[in-house]
Design a protein around this ligand. Structure first.
Ligand code: C5P
Length: 231
């Protein structure tokens, strides 16, 4: 049965990306003949499920208005905020006239251009009947160490540790309320942590390891490689 709820995508893209040491925010660096953010948003549009993709952009960003994507009918621009969570909340509020409380929102980092359409559908198909929602995540293949002052205190059971990726998929109203109630809390580094702080338990769905976040200069070459291989 087709779900009555609609799907919305939110892309926080108002970060500066200091660790890239580049002359512009990392989402505007070239990747595979486009910019990073064009690759990312084109993956979301290609999924064909989103009523709209809301992108949070810094007020001092001269690059975004130059992209054809900024005028795409399926794309809405919202003002970015101080922290990632502020940018996500701003994009959610920009959708408030159209989105229903029970609609699903998938929040995806602008800096993750290698997301596959298959992973978008996997997340949606796994969680569409869920009460809370959840995130794409990766298990750890390395042995993990708890460290203090450069010395190992303990080994951590890697079966209980997962790396949080995006998209993160939650109900529109629940996510907006969680971000509003946890506003200013620096522990909220992703959407799931806002819901966790309210005592909710988001689920994890195992994603693909090529869904990397562009963080350091060498990540661009790796992303280029993954995009070519996916094609
Ligand atoms: O810096 P980091 O890679 O963790 O940022 C993750 C995503 O959040 C990026 O797409 C970045 O543009 C976005 N962000 C934002 N608003 C901020 C800070 C980060 O939209 N104030």
């Amino acid at each position: 049965m087709e779900s009555a709820f609609r799907y919305w995508a939110v892309v926080p893209a108002a970060g500066v990306g200091k660790r890239m040491q580049a002359d512009r925010p990392k989402q505007y660096l070239p990747l595979g003949g486009k910019t990073v953010i064009e690759q990312t948003v084109s993956r979301l549009l290609a999924a064909g499920v989103f009523s709209k993709v809301a992108v949070a952009i810094s007020g001092e960003d001269p690059y975004w208005p130059e992209l054809a994507l900024a005028a795409h009918p399926g794309v809405l621009t919202a003002p970015g905020g101080k922290e990632r969570a502020d940018s996500v909340l701003s994009a959610l509020l920009a959708l408030s006239d159209e989105a229903g409380e029970q609609d699903w929102v998938l929040v995806h980092d602008a800096a993750r251009p290698c997301l596959t359409v298959a992973d978008i559908h996997l997340l949606i198909d796994t969680l569409r009947e869920d009460a809370v929602g959840g995130i794409l995540a990766l298990s750890s293949h390395d042995t993990l160490k708890q460290v203090k002052g450069g010395m190992i205190e303990a080994s951590v059971d890697r079966r209980v540790i997962w790396r949080a990726l995006t998209p993160q998929m939650f109900r529109y109203g629940m996510l907006r309320d969680a971000l509003q109630r946890t506003a200013g809390d620096l522990a909220v580094t992703d959407e799931a942590s806002a819901l966790e702080l309210l005592g909710l338990q988001p689920k994890i769905v195992e994603g693909r390891p090529d869904n990397i976040k562009i963080t350091r200069p060498e990540d661009l070459a790796l992303a280029e490689f993954y995009l070519e291989r996916q094609a």
